[in-house]
Design a protein around this ligand. Structure first.
Ligand SMILES: Cc1cc2nc3c(=O)[nH]c(=O)nc-3n(C[C@H](O)[C@H](O)[C@H](O)COP(=O)(O)OP(=O)(O)OC[C@H]3O[C@@H](n4cnc5c(N)ncnc54)[C@H](O)[C@@H]3O)c2cc1C
Length: 391
């Protein structure tokens, strides 16, 4: 029997995942309360790059989800909701060494086998297509049909369109279960207890303590840089640059290649503002919030080696954020094991901006008893057994 859609929902966390879930719930006329321990986009969503991209993926569930994620961004931009907030562009994966050329050639074949439109450029064709690249660039694969979105702008659009006001500074401390232990009756917050028909935890790394997931979720720090505006250089870049090394740092390559110790993979994104967003690191250690001079200078050196024109562009700011990763590399999206009216959507590591809207749409379809737009079975939270979710 088709479950009846709930009439009320509480969403915990107003990053891009919580905001997208709230948007798609509200669109169905479900009364939504969106709570955040801090403020909208206060964590990873406000400290991300924003590639809406399949370029670094291998064929599999994440690639399939990302393809749908990119498609939905395009649709929502065409419909007006994300118009001007989703910039369509290609991603150019650049190889600068023999190793990177080898990895890139097999990666390109894998992308093509999944139906992604790619084009290999080298020699004069590469110089013509991308004149600002240095001679370090030996070969590039252009991944067509990708884009970029700023996480906090997407959150703002979703919340404004659905008329949802976030309950700020409202920290959820635990879930209250009924006598059977299978149904959530309410949640405890620092401002008191709240009730609803369904509960959705989209609290990023905060989901760990709420659902007993500390053995499953792991933080992964990233450092990013933003430059001043440089309109001429920006206009001369036909898309974003991703270094071949980024594939290694993200673990997207085949088994046999070990990621470099700190995971420094260069990404240069020409923003609509005329600025450049340059990243970044993947770090499983260290202070989670700060930048360090070693990372900043290595990112800048790598960027200038590949695009020498950046040497005369000033750095405006550096920042750091924490991606929430799952130990098996796939997010957790679905029903909380053992609880009939509680759902979780977290653990998107470096893909949550890309997957935000499609995850919101899909989990709301699941909640309403419909077939989700993406196959959520790979992301089923039950694969780690039952959790200790209770107040
Ligand atoms: C450096 C960096 C670069 C990235 N680049 C990209 C990229 O190019 N493309 C891409 O797709 N993704 C990228 N990401 C990943 C992306 O930012 C995340 O996957 C995504 O933002 C996760 O969103 P979220 O809503 O799950 O979590 P978050 O944005 O972390 O939001 C969780 C929210 O929950 C709230 N919260 C936590 N605990 C509680 C509680 N107990 N009660 C109430 N509220 C609570 C927090 O205050 C926060 O606002 C990057 C991330 C980083 C750090």
């Amino acid at each position: 029997m088709q479950p009846r859609p709930p009439s009320s929902a509480i969403v915990v966390g107003s990053g891009i995942i919580g905001a997208a879930c709230a948007y798609f719930l509200a669109k169905r006329g479900i009364s939504v309360r969106l709570l955040d321990a801090s403020a909208p986009a206060a964590e990873a969503t406000g400290a991300a790059d924003g590639a809406v991209s399949v370029a670094s993926k291998r064929p599999g569930p994440m690639m399939s989800a990302a393809l749908e994620g990119v498609r939905l961004y395009g649709q929502l931009a065409d419909e007006g909701l994300l118009a001007g907030a989703f910039k369509r562009r290609s991603t150019f994966i650049i190889a600068a060494s023999d190793d990177e050329c080898t990895v890139l050639a097999s990666h390109s074949a894998a992308l093509e086998s999944a139906g992604v439109k790619v084009e290999t450029l080298s020699g004069d064709r590469l110089r013509q297509a991308f004149p600002v690249l240095s001679n370090q660039a030996r070969m590039a694969v252009e991944v067509h049909g990708e884009g970029h979105a700023i996480g906090y702008q997407i959150v703002h659009r979703l919340l404004t369109a659905s008329g949802i006001t976030v309950d700020r500074d409202t920290r959820v401390e635990g879930l209250r279960l009924d006598r059977s232990g299978q149904r959530v009756t309410g949640i405890d917050t620092n401002r008191g207890r709240l009730a609803a028909d369904v509960f959705l935890v989209a609290a990023g790394s905060g989901s760990a303590s709420l659902l007993g997931l500390s053995q499953v979720l792991t933080p992964r720090k990233g450092q990013l840089l933003v430059t001043e505006r440089a309109p001429a250089l920006n206009a001369a870049m036909p898309g974003a640059i991703m270094s071949g090394r980024y594939l290694l740092s993200k673990g997207s390559q085949k088994a046999g290649y070990s990621p470099p110790p700190r995971g420094l993979g260069l990404v240069i994104d020409p923003l609509v503002t005329g600025q450049f967003l340059i990243g970044g690191t993947r770090e499983d250690f260290g202070d989670r919030r700060t930048n360090d001079i070693e990372a900043v200078s290595r990112i800048l050196c790598d960027a200038v080696e590949l695009v020498p024109g950046l040497a005369s562009v000033r750095l405006l700011r550096s920042f750091a954020g924490v991606r929430t990763a799952v130990i098996d590399g796939l997010p957790l999206v679905g029903r909380v094991p053992g609880l009939e009216n509680a759902f979780v959507a977290t653990g998107f590591e470096g893909d949550g901006i890309c997957l935000g809207p499609i995850t919101g749409q899909s989990i709301v379809q699941l909640i309403c008893g419909e077939k989700p737009s993406i196959d959520l079975s790979f992301f089923d939270p039950a694969r780690f057994g039952s959790y200790g979710a209770a107040a």
